[in-house]
Write a protein that binds this ligand. Structure first.
Ligand code: GLA
Length: 335
């Protein structure tokens, strides 16, 4: 009797210790946790990125941790927090590209894989940190699409270019923003638009309110133009300029604003019964930036396959007349 009990106990103990050893290993292999940090969680573009990242998480079966990180401090504590939760990697759109070396060091110290999206980190001398895989938009070319679209519409309306002012909502500290507006400026000038009529309107932050303030100054200082056009790094920048122009009586007939993005800020504008000065947007892909980056990070963690060092995505110009077709073509229709 005694011996039987003893053997049973041994067997139970062996089974328990075996499962205790086996369990954490199996969990570590199976449970992938990925952070997705964005600089402006309130902006529709980033909401869309998160939505598509969630789709990847559902499909692949990993846990997605969404974190709004609008400051350097928030980024640093979020990375530590992810490490504490046993995440293996994260994707980030940083609030400031100059935080680059600090973020890289923090991720390394916490042994987390990292990939950037939208805004590419720079080193101390302002050069992109090429060791961190990145997915961004082909900023200069997309800016050119904006400029070409504005020039085509000016011509269609038969405006004399000398009577047209251009509000260039700038945010020079962000390289992708610089490249986008530079592309738009170059395309306009190439189409015959007078360079002297382009008014730089630097915004303090990349949101509608700051663009509105910047555009108001540009409008006040240049009362001589009969018509206006506007461009900037995203839809929010152009919406700010459009609202400022409206305030001074430049409505749809006298304003051509083309943004970049194609998320709700633009879609809501197109849904208004009457057209506004927000004429169009170059739709870019939150699906690729949210879903594909997450899948790449997942494959990196799971199979050790690192993402491509640099992926640049494209966009398509849409106006209120063809926005549905363009979204369909870009695989965004079911949103
Ligand atoms: C930057 C902008 C966003 C969006 C993304 C797209 O992060 O601030 O509004 O345009 O780029 O990559």
């Amino acid at each position: 009797m005694k011996r039987r009990l003893f053997l049973t106990l041994i067997a139970a103990a062996t089974a328990t210790s075996a499962s205790m050893i086996a369990a954490p290993v199996a969990q570590a292999a199976d449970e992938v946790k990925i952070g997705f940090l964005v600089k402006q969680p309130e902006e529709p573009w980033f909401q869309d990125e998160w939505k598509f990242a969630e789709m990847a998480a559902k499909e692949k079966g990993f846990t997605l941790v969404k974190i709004g990180a609008p400051s350097g401090e928030k980024v640093m504590s979020a990375i530590d927090n992810l490490a504490a939760q046993k995440a293996q990697g994260f994707i980030i759109c940083t609030p400031d590209v100059k935080l680059g070396p600090g973020i890289v060091a923090k991720a390394k110290a916490d042994k987390l894989k990292m990939m950037t999206v939208d805004d590419r980190l720079v080193d101390g001398s302002g050069k992109p940190i090429e060791s961190v895989p990145h997915m961004g938009i082909s900023a200069y070319n997309i800016g050119k699409q904006v400029g070409d679209g504005i020039a085509a519409e000016i011509k269609k309306r038969g405006w004399d270019m000398k009577d047209v002012g251009a509000i260039d909502v700038t945010y020079e500290q962000l390289p992708t923003a610089h490249d986008r507006t530079a592309g738009a400026t170059d395309a306009l000038v190439a189409a015959g638009f007078p360079k002297a009529n382009i008014v730089a309107a630097p915004q303090a932050k990349t949101d509608t309110e700051n663009a509105f303030n910047a555009a108001n100054i540009a409008l006040t200082k240049n009362p001589k133009y009969k018509h206006w056009v506007a461009y900037g790094l995203n839809d929010e920048a152009v919406l700010g300029a459009v609202r400022a122009a409206e305030g001074r009586g430049f409505k749809a007939d006298n304003m051509i604003g083309i943004g970049i993005g194609g998320s709700d800020s633009a879609l809501n504008e197109f849904k208004k019964p009457n057209p506004t000065g927000f004429f169009g947007t170059v739709i870019i892909s939150p699906k690729r930036h949210g879903e594909e980056t997450s899948e790449l990070m997942y494959a990196w963690i799971k199979d050790g396959k690192a993402p491509p060092p640099l992926t640049l995505t494209t966009g398509m110009l849409a106006t209120r007349d063809n926005v549905s077709q363009v979204r369909e073509q870009m695989g965004l229709a079911s949103k």
